[in-house]
Design a protein around this ligand. Structure first.
Ligand SMILES: Cc1cc2nc3c(=O)[nH]c(=O)nc-3n(C[C@H](O)[C@H](O)[C@H](O)COP(=O)(O)O)c2cc1C
Length: 172
């Protein structure tokens, strides 16, 4: 029988259509906690996770993406976990990516749908974006590496694991 953790990893898929049902703060924090336990380069723990649970701020982030990119980057999700680290640090991308993947897998284990959202570093460069970044308490010298939206798939959404290329793994 396949190990339950490995099975969860293999079942994770991105979801881009969410119902109005919000993930509880308790579950969002449980997922963020899994992110916190990701490895970090030299154990310096340079990253932060911003759990945006406030309806007001989720809406402001959604509006920011609609205004600047002409599309809703939030896909209707009501919670977003923004992962940041110092812009100039050599380990920021690696540390934040480990955190994000831990959170995707943890959410999958809790039957909560997710998707990596990549646009917020760019969106936070604008005047309005910079204001929101500041209000969220994200340090000025931090960049957003990625965000994890949380929610429940809209009724009728079909989520299928994508096929992986045949030569993904090389044995030497
Ligand atoms: C670095 C990175 C950036 C991504 N950015 C976005 C994004 O901005 N919006 C989005 O809908 N999906 C984004 N994704 C999700 C990918 O499109 C998705 O993982 C890929 O299509 C494979 O599908 P799966 O996650 O269901 O396996 C991103 C994924 C990664 C790893």
């Amino acid at each position: 029988m396949e190990n339950r953790v490995i099975k969860t990893i293999k079942e994770r898929v991105s979801c881009r259509t969410y119902s109005d049902k919000k993930v509880s703060l308790k579950k969002a924090l449980e997922i963020a906690e899994a992110g916190k336990f990701a490895p970090s380069g030299k154990n310096r723990q340079i990253a932060n996770i911003f759990v945006v649970n406030s309806k007001k701020y989720v809406e402001r982030l959604r509006k920011l993406s609609v205004e600047q990119l002409n599309r809703d980057c939030m896909y209707g999700a009501k919670t977003i976990l923004i992962v940041t680290g110092p812009r100039e640090d050599a380990f920021t991308f690696q540390d934040c990516s480990c955190i994000l993947e831990n959170m995707f897998v943890a959410a999958s284990a809790l039957k909560i749908a997710t998707c990596w959202i990549n646009q917020f570093d760019e969106l936070f460069q604008s005047k309005d974006g910079l204001k929101i970044k500041k209000q969220l308490g994200i340090p000025e010298d931090h960049r957003v590496v990625g965000s994890c939206i949380l929610g429940y798939p809209k009724e009728g959404t079909v989520l299928a694991v994508k096929e992986r290329k045949a030569d993904f793994i090389k044995i030497i």
